[in-house]
Every structure is written in C-alpha cells, then in structure tokens.
Design a protein around this ligand. Structure first.
Ligand code: SF4
Ligand code: SF4
Ligand code: SF4
Length: 446
C-alpha cells in the first residue's frame, strides 16, 4: 500500500523548487562551519563545547531517533558536507549553467563501486570514537577533513563520489533507510523504457543528472538514493513520485551483497561495543578505549575488530549453515548469508535507538548549556548557560529501551521469516542468533 505525496501540487512545487532546499543547505552549512570553529577555538572540555555537544548529542539524536527511521536518507537531502564541492563541480549554485564547466569528471574505479570503503571509514571512526566524541578539536578535525575530502573528490571525480563510496555515515544511513516509510520511485517503469535521453540520469536544462549515479527507473530500494530531488526536476514525463509506504518495505527484497551484509554486522556489533564501553560498569575497558595509542588501546582495537568481523559473522554463518542443512538446500551459502543479514537491519537499527536513548537522555541538558555558551567562554546568549546537568526521563528509560529492543527482535524475526521463504531455507537458527544478541544487548543496557 503506497500513497503518493507528490500528487499534492503544493508538496511537488516545494520539492521541485530549488530555493527551500538551498535555504536548508545554507542553514546546515552555517551550523557545520560554526561547529568546526567552536571545536578549534573553544574550550577543550567536550561537555561545554558546541562542537561536540551539537554534533554527537543533538545531531546524532535527530539522525538516529527521527531522520533515519522516518525519512531514510532525508538528512542527505540537506547535508552540507558535499555542498561546496558540488557547487564547484557544477559551476553553479542553483540551475545548471548554460555551459558545463571543464572538470576531470573521472569515473570511480569499478572495483571500488561497493561500500567496502565506507565500511572501512566507519570502522576507523568507530575505533577512535571515544576520543572524537569527547574532544572538540578532534571533532573539528574530523568535520573539516570530511568537508575537504568531499570538495577534492568532487573536483576529481564525477557526481557525488564521496557520498556514494567514502562517507563514513553514508553506509549506515543507506542500510537503515530501507526501513523508512518514505521512498522515491518512478510511477511507471514502462514510461522509462521509451524515454529518450533519460534526463533523470544524464541531466538536462531543467536539472542535473542523478548526483548519486543512480538510474531512478531502476530504483527498488532506498539505499543509494540521496533524495536530492534532481530527478523530480528533470523528468519530462512527470514519472517521479515520493510515496508514503509501510515501514521496512525494502526488506522484502533481501540483499545479495556481502559489503551490505558486513555493514549490518559492523553496525550491530558497534552498537553492542558502545553500550559496553560507554554505558557499562567496566572501568578498565573504558580507559583502554580512551587511551589511544597505548598497548591497552591496541588490545581494545583487536577485540573490537575480532568481535565485529570475526565472532558475530562466524556465529551467524553457523546459524545460516544449520538452516541450510535443516532445509537440505544447496543454494550457495554466500548468497544465503547475505540474504539473511537483511534480518539484522531492523535489529541493528533498534539497537542503535536503544543505545542512543541512554546516551542522549543522559547528556541532553548539555545542549541548552552549549547553546548559550558555545565556546565555553562564560557567555550566556539565551539565558540557559547556568543550567546544571541532569539526566532526563530516568524512570522511563529502562521500559522504553526494553520495548525498543523487543520490538527490534520481533521485527527481525518477521524479516528472517520472509527471507527464509524467499531463499527456501529454515530461518529458525538465524532467529535464535537474533534472540541471543538481543539478550546480550539487554544485559549491556539495563
Ligand atoms: S552521504 Fe554523507 S556526506 Fe553525503 S550527504 Fe549523506 S551524510 Fe552527507
Ligand atoms: S526521465 Fe523520467 S521517464 Fe525518463 S527515464 Fe528518467 S524517470 Fe523515467
Ligand atoms: S536524482 Fe533522484 S534517484 Fe538520484 S539521488 Fe536524487 S532523488 Fe535519488
């Protein structure tokens, strides 16, 4: 059941018009540059600096609790990181210029056209995250590096290569965007078959060819569509629609790609490690994660990598193999492994929601303080700098997290059953895997 939002002319005009989006971009870019500046010249105390507080508490809360679950890649539609590079690449800020600027416009190598590099960049950020999260200067360096890298890649490569293949947050936004109740799709694929010039992909005077290197006529899931609205502007046949749909509609078509499967493991495992390190009672583990460069930290790194790339996939592989034996199936195990990893998408998302509830509700009061005193210099711009730290909704937190985790498990069970029907393999061992990791996560959080 789908309901087309773009059938309302006001919605369509708002989305087609470049000015509202540009306004959103400029506000976000200003906030982003402000965060870099406060990170570099403000107080080194993480809890009192706009940079760390806004990026890792406010932005993170909005992203993982609202933007991704309800709008999929909605954040990418206003994210400022690729913006300056895109302006340079296009030689324009709004409509396409009459003469295309000369740029290198290189194609990204075929061998790298997957999300393994994004898995790597996310893992790297995750390994240093305790320091990035708490040190304003390091946060500023990471934000500035992303901005410069995106600009550099836009100058050398075509379209949004940084977003598509390198951005450390792109992989998980794309993974979990599959669960969102909104999508951009073509209305009628037959119209696309006979469409001359495919301006949605190649561009026209009305707009740019898909910056995400996606042919909208072939879209079947949300993972790689950045919701930039260019195809809505360029399609001469009014064949693009934004639809409301049931949650997780994309999960009905299990992935066959190992890079996407591993993204699911990385996200699931990282949520569990963070819950243990940042919220757990183990002081030595916490201090090892914070002591970057020491022997203890290298031990933490090895354990982190072994858990995410070794233990979790190995146990999951055993579960998948057992399902194959029970079903007497000879479908290649690699395909079944990747397909069943789809069941970890809703589970991982709910792990992150449950973890973030703890993290965000405990630290949200810092947002009001940093808003008034962004540099930690004793300012009181909005009269909230003198507020004292206090955790919010402490009594509701545990029931809420339990509900979220149990909901995630049920969602994962349903997805595993659907995948099982699709690949004709018994899903029970995978369901047992999901139950076990949920029990561990419950133990870590509660
Ligand atoms: S992929 Fe990354 S850089 Fe690109 S728009 Fe999304 S969050 Fe921003
Ligand atoms: S421009 Fe429109 S009709 Fe043509 S291929 Fe693209 S989405 Fe289909
Ligand atoms: S042009 Fe269309 S398909 Fe491509 S990223 Fe933008 S909205 Fe998605």
């Amino acid at each position: 059941m789908r309901s087309e939002l773009t059938r309302f002319s006001v919605v369509k005009s708002l989305l087609k018009n470049r000015w509202p989006q540009l306004f959103g971009f400029i506000v976000m870019l200003a906030g982003f540059l402000y965060a870099i500046m406060t990170g570099f010249i403000g107080t080194p105390v993480g809890n009192n600096n706009f940079s760390t507080v806004f990026v890792w508490i406010a932005w993170w809360a909005i992203l993982i609790l609202v933007a991704v679950p309800f709008f999929g890649r909605g954040w990418c539609a206003v994210c400022p990181i690729p913006l300056p590079g895109e302006w340079i690449q296009r030689g324009a800020i709004l409509e396409p210029p009459s003469r295309k600027p000369r740029r290198f416009n290189l194609r990204w190598p075929n061998k790298l056209r997957n999300i393994w590099l994004q898995n790597l960049t996310f893992t790297l950020v995750a390994l240093f995250s305790t320091v990035i999260l708490t040190t304003p200067k390091v946060t500023a360096v990471v934000l500035a590096a992303m901005l410069f890298l995106a600009v550099g890649m836009s100058i050398v490569f075509e379209r949004r290569t940084f977003c598509r293949y390198l951005c450390p947050v792109s992989g998980f936004i794309g993974l979990y965007a599959q669960t969102a109740p909104v999508e951009l799709r073509v209305k009628d694929k037959q119209v696309c078959i006979t469409c001359k010039g495919k301006p949605c992909y190649n561009g026209s005077a009305a707009g740019y060819g898909c910056p995400w290197d996606v042919f909208p006529g072939g879209l079947t899931k949300n993972t790689y569509c950045g919701l930039c609205m260019e195809c809505l502007r360029t399609c001469p046949n009014d064949n693009i629609a934004i639809n409301l749909r049931p949650f997780a509609a994309d999960l009905g078509q299990p992935s066959r790609k190992l890079d996407e499967a591993f993204k699911a493991f990385i996200m699931l495992g990282a949520a569990m490690v963070y819950a243990g390190v940042l919220l757990g009672p183990w002081g030595e583990l916490k201090s090892a994660a914070y002591s970057v460069g020491t022997v203890a930290w290298f031990g933490y790194v090895m354990a982190f990598l072994a858990f995410i790339f070794g233990l979790l996939p190995a146990l999951f592989w055993l579960a998948v193999k057992l399902g194959q034996v029970l079903s007497k199936s000879n479908v290649p195990a690699r395909h079944v492994f990747a397909a069943f990893a789809t069941a970890l998408v809703p589970l991982g998302l709910m792990f992150w929601v449950a973890f973030s509830l703890s993290f965000v509700l405990t630290n949200a009061s810092y947002i009001f303080i940093a808003f008034s005193d962004p540099f930690g210099w004793g300012w009181n711009l909005f009269g909230t700098a003198a507020l004292t730290w206090q955790p919010y909704l402490t009594t509701a937190l545990v029931p809420l997290q339990t509900l979220v985790l149990v909901g995630g498990l049920l969602w994962s069970v349903r997805t595993a059953q659907k995948v099982g029907r699709e690949v004709k393999i018994q899903p029970v061992p995978v369901i047992v895997f999901s139950m076990l990791v949920t029990l561990v996560m419950l133990g870590l959080l509660l």
